[in-house]
Design a protein around this ligand. Structure first.
Ligand code: ZN
Length: 199
């Protein structure tokens, strides 16, 4: 799928919102990506996740792990697709307990297992890095990282010891943002929206 087709899919499913947004960081932007909206539509989600998973098809993945909340549905869908190539691929998710990324709910991993880590939107990759560390600490080899949107436009890197972990995103975007003082939309007097809240 080309970037244009990907953007069309994001507009159609409501993932990409255009306007004047105040981001969590406090910066302003003219676009906001809400990937949870993609997963409202199983058929579209399957299309996107298949494209991501195909990239890691030869990696002999044993399990898929995603950070809560953004990675939960995506990890399930990625594992479901991988199961069509190899029986028994598992899906787990990691979540924060007292601020520390943890495997709860009795999720177990074994040393030597091969994991694909997935997240819906990667900006700095912080949560993904925490999941990678958590898996490495238990002897799991992380063979790839997949995302729906790479907001860093290819700048983010994931490492295992001294090598780079292959990273593949469905769409790499450079979403511009500005400090409020320098925001061209503020200058135009456009009302600002905080994503997640109604206008
Ligand atoms: Zn602004």
């Amino acid at each position: 799928m080309s970037l244009e087709q990907a953007m069309e899919l994001f507009r159609r499913t409501g993932v990409m919102q255009e306007g004047h947004f105040k981001l969590t960081s406090g910066r302003h932007s003219d676009r906001y990506m809400q990937c949870a909206r993609l997963f409202q539509y199983p058929a579209e989600s399957a299309k996107v996740c298949t494209e991501i998973v195909e990239f890691f098809r030869d990696k002999n993945v044993d399990l898929v792990a995603g950070p809560a909340i953004g990675g939960i549905v995506m990890a399930y869908e990625a594992a479901r697709i991988l199961c069509t190539y190899k029986a028994g691929v598992r899906n787990i998710f990691a979540e924060r307990e007292n601020g520390v990324m943890t495997l709860r709910r009795g999720f177990q991993v074994e040393p030597g297992q091969r994991a694909l880590v997935v997240e819906d939107v990667v900006t700095t990759g912080g949560s993904v890095k925490e999941v990678i560390e958590l898996l490495h600490a238990q002897g799991v080899e992380v063979v790839g990282v997949g995302a729906v949107v790479d907001r860093s436009n290819g700048a983010v890197e994931f490492k295992a010891a001294d090598s780079k972990i292959p990273f593949h995103a469905f769409a790499a975007l450079n979403v511009e943002s500005w400090e409020p003082d320098a925001c061209p939309l503020c200058r135009q007097g456009l009302p600002i929206v905080k994503p997640g809240s109604r206008k």
